[in-house]
Design a binder for this molecule. Sequence first.
Ligand code: ADP
Length: 599
Amino acid sequence: MWSSRLFWRLFLSYSALTVAAAVAFAVVFQGRQREAVEIEVQERLRDEAIVVQSLAEAAWESPDAPVEELRAVWQPKLEALGMQIGTRLTLIQADGTVLADSATDARLLENHRDRPEIQLAIETGVAFKHRSSQSIHEEFEYCAVRVGSKESPRGFVRIALPWTPFETRLKATARFVAGTTTIVTMLALLATYWMARRLVGPLETLTHAAQAIAAGDVSQEVRVPNRDEIGMLAAAFNTMSNELTRRWEQLQSNRRERDENSELMETVLGSMIEGVVVIDARQRILYANPAAGPLLDFPSFRATGRSLFEAARHPRVQKVVEEVLAGRVPERVEYEVPRTNAIVALIASPLPGEPPPGAVLVLHDVSHLRRLENLRREFVSNVSHELKTPLTTIQAYTETLIDGAVDDPNINRKFLERIDEQAERLHRLILDLLSLARIESAEEAYELMPITVAETVRVCIDEHQAVAASKGVSLIVEPPTEEIVVWADEEGLLTVLNNLVDNAIKYTASGGRVTVRWRPDERRAVIEVEDTGIGIPKQHQSRVFERFFRVDKARSRELGGTGLGLSIVKHWVQVFGGTVEVISELGRGTKFVIRVPRR
Ligand code: ADP
């Protein structure tokens, strides 16, 4: 309240008005009072003067009578009369000589010709003057009446009433008026205060409530008991506030719902592998999820707001987007991202509306799928080719035998041996293919168990010792001091070692060495099969684990290779949860390093 400017403006202006009115009233009232008293006194004086005038006319009947004589007559008369009527009576000669005076001895009085009331009376006949007496130094209201005509006055009657009693009365009245006015003013000020408070209080409450609403606290209710316009304003304010609260809550709940939805949407879209891009009719990107970036080859976090083709300049994308925005049926295209060589499938669908206000692009990396398809196609063709070669050979020899060679003892045996060789090759090929297919189809189902590496290596070495010796290759085993047990499949680990040792012997010339060693490495076991053979050219090293890949096809075939050995190795190692790598130098030797988890 005390800080309310409106309150102070109202209170101070009404208070100033009240005080001004009270002061004006007191001043005017007092003035009127004084005037009324003066008029009353003057009327009384005039009446008395007229009476005395008729009496005093006798004093000037004989104009030549000596002054002293007249004084002797009139002085006592006036004294008696003055006493009776309580006024001061003075008879003054036309020349100003005081003939008699009821208050003082006339002989002592100076000439009164220059007294203002006498001067006035010469002119007007009757004159009043309020002044202090020069003779007795007291304030009087004087009334002078001329006796005789203006041109030749015979004398003057002057009547005076002492002013002091009237002044006292006036002062008492003034005090009373001032007191009453002060009390009334105080009451009026109190009333003003109360009124201003009553007016400003509810307004202040309303202001605070409105400020609180403006600051965001919408649940404001004001209590104003007034039944006037302010009360109505407060009621309207409460209705408004309730409505505002209702709308605010609705808005909040909508927003919460929207936030939750968009958060959910963001999470879903953010965790998708597929890229999702939303564009408007002007092909401006409205949204792009993180996966969309690499698929369109643009940074998705900075893509929003940019033109789609500023971000991704693929002509196929451009074409399909233009067609969809033109209202044609959604289409699916595939394109290759130039930088990463990824193959991306894009489906563009228009947003609902005519014409479409935008489109949603869904992008899917199908490189893996395409690569698998290619691999499968390649594999089928490779398998067919690998099977065809021995079969064609078998067929050719069989036909030659049927055509008569069977009876030629010089060649029939040789032909049959060739057929056997090719059948053996077919057999190996089919065994390898079956083995590969088995590992691939049951990758998850293998139950790994602890296998002692030394034991498996021993079996492998036993199997290859004879071949190595016949080829003039020394087979060396370098076991560690401690026993190493790995998590693996017994048959699988043996196959891995067999294939590696087999290759090592195959591709190492006589006099060379093949070394098998193993050691622990943190939580893994490292098994190495190293040879001093022909080595693998650098550019082929990454491909040797591919199916049917052979550095030198003819040589491999000659040595009875199928091109599947290392592929089988890689699959088994993956089943064990390990890795395989090749380190090789052309002409100096090759080392295959396998890392598998230890028990
Ligand atoms: P293959 O049955 O032909 O040996 P693999 O899958 O076992 O098929 O090996 C693939 C190719 O990798 C071989 O044809 C050969 O060219 C090369 N290779 C494998 N092991 C060695 C090795 N120890 N030394 C040199 N070349 C090797």
